[in-house]
Design a protein around this ligand. Sequence first.
Ligand code: NDP
Ligand code: 8X3
Length: 253
Amino acid sequence: MNQSVFITGATSGIGEACARKFASAGDRLIINGRRKDRLNDLKKSLEDQYKIEVYCAAFDVQNKDEVFESINSLPEKWKDIDILINSAGLALGRDFFDEAPLSDWETMLDTNVNGLLYVSKAVLPFMIKKNKGHIINLGSVAGDEVYEKGNIYCAGKSAVEAISRAMRIDLLRHYIKVTNIKPGAVETEFSVVRFKGDIDKASKVYDGFTPLSADDIAETIFYCASLSPNVCINEIEITPIAQANGIFFNKNL
Ligand code: NDP
Ligand code: 8X3
């Protein structure tokens, strides 16, 4: 497509799958995450396989100064950004409201909400300059239905929903598309992170049904980004066939 795509959270899961998908279409990529070794390996693999250009922007989306410094100091040609995919995010823990550690809540909100705001604010001036752009946020079915012990992860994704709606209204005058992608269960490193490295607990999340893959979501995002300039998909909720929403599953246990 010959577009420039900025992807946060590209070191794993949905972000990484998006990087591979857009690279396979010949796009230029700016890839972000905190793990520099993974970013460098991904850059090399995409450049070798697809003969495209990749720029690594390692920073923590929670750190406002780092975000703005990194994005403002991009080489001039890399500031021409067509698509921003805000995939950096995480859940931490599944605990009752009264038992959950405050630090887990802070990390989730700082990453999933503030991080998305900082990166979007830093990238937007480049899009506004062109009167063109597409911001794709990773919301979740968790933003629509709060489930037991989902409390602040769900609240953060609800905020992503409201922020996406607000962006869509306020950025109308700049011709910037805003899409909120709301997946159900996708098997990535998400559950391993949520259960703080407990692989057994993480894999049990997907017992009795086939979850979506990161590639399923990357295909969906690529579709949204490939439509005519006059078409904006405002939001997509996407689940495996065994899932109705954030709560109801058809599990074969
Ligand atoms: P993964 O754990 O596989 O990937 C998360 C990515 O986010 C990693 O690349 C990680 O990189 C990055 N990240 C986390 N914290 C930060 C940070 N502070 N700064 C920069 N990057 C960060 O999970 P998924 O790919 O599944 O999740 C991607 C998004 O999709 C998240 O927003 C998640 O909430 C959402 N989502 C996931 C679903 C699922 O079932 N998997 C369902 C619905 C939505 P690094 O550690 O290197 O910084
Ligand atoms: C991730 C999906 O169901 O674990 O947003 O909240 S869920």
